[in-house]
Design a protein around this ligand. Structure first.
Ligand code: AP5
Length: 196
């Protein structure tokens, strides 16, 4: 199974991806996590991405497409994967379609977490607060100012993918404002129907 979780920052993509990993035994490919790991390791990619991420903007298509192309060739992706936070632009959407076609693979479904934008900043600030309280590092982009820019980037560059995948008959939507377990149940229903 190969699926994309689509939604604005704080929509719950990472939370739901982790639950899918546990249930279905396929890996979560989060470009955000991969980029943060590169920043931490101070690789060339990390150095190029850091300032852009801290400002809440999108890293270049060229960088993220290369990261994903390399990742999906690893053995653990043979049975499928969950794309979390990728693709995020129309160029990335075309790139992943080409990547999969070249490997004789296809996407099963794209699941959009439909949320109320006004609630999102609250989730992000709560996450930052919880990390701080636990003595863990707080994401540099988890504050109200950078969040505004992340949301703007989403509407400028990522929201057009909703139409793109609708037109490709791949889009399914869930209520991302429901409780986490309810969101998971909605996603599982879609997966069951898709694989039937
Ligand atoms: P990335 O790491 O992908 O961050 P994001 O998309 O902004 O998303 P978040 O991780 O903040 O939110 P999420 O939707 O995963 O929600 P989560 O489950 O964590 O990207 C970071 C940056 O990297 C980008 O800004 C960009 O610079 C760069 N980047 C990454 N991918 C890129 C790409 N493809 N192209 C270019 N640049 C790229 O939940 C958030 C909080 O809400 C949690 O505390 C959670 O507990 C809570 N929560 C979740 N679900 C619920 C619920 N149903 N009810 C109540 N609370 C909930």
């Amino acid at each position: 199974m190969r699926l994309i979780l689509l939604g604005p920052p704080g929509a719950g993509k990472g939370t739901q991806a982790q639950r899918l990993v546990e249930k279905h035994g396929i890996p979560q490919l989060s470009t955000g996590d991969m980029l943060r790991a590169a920043v931490k390791a101070e690789t060339e990619v990390g150095k190029r991405a850091k300032a852009v991420m801290d400002a809440g903007e999108l890293v270049s298509d060229e960088i993220v497409n290369a990261i994903v192309a390399e990742r999906i060739d690893q053995d653990d992706c043979a049975r499928g994967f969950i794309l979390d936070g990728y693709p995020r632009t129309l160029v990335q959407a075309d790139a992943v379609a080409d990547m999969l076609a070249e490997r004789g693979m296809f996407l099963d479904v794209v699941i959009e977490l439909v949320v109320d934008d006004k609630a999102l900043v609250g989730r992000i600030l709560k996450r930052a607060e919880e990390a701080r309280a636990a003595g863990q590092p707080v994401r540099k982009d988890d504050n109200a100012e950078v969040f505004d820019e992340r949301l703007r980037e989403y509407y400028k560059k990522t929201a057009p993918l909703i139409g793109y995948y609708y037109a490709n008959d791949l889009l399914q939507q869930v209520d991302g404002m429901a409780a986490m377990d309810d969101v998971t149940a909605q996603i599982e229903e879609i997966i069951a129907a898709t694989l039937r």
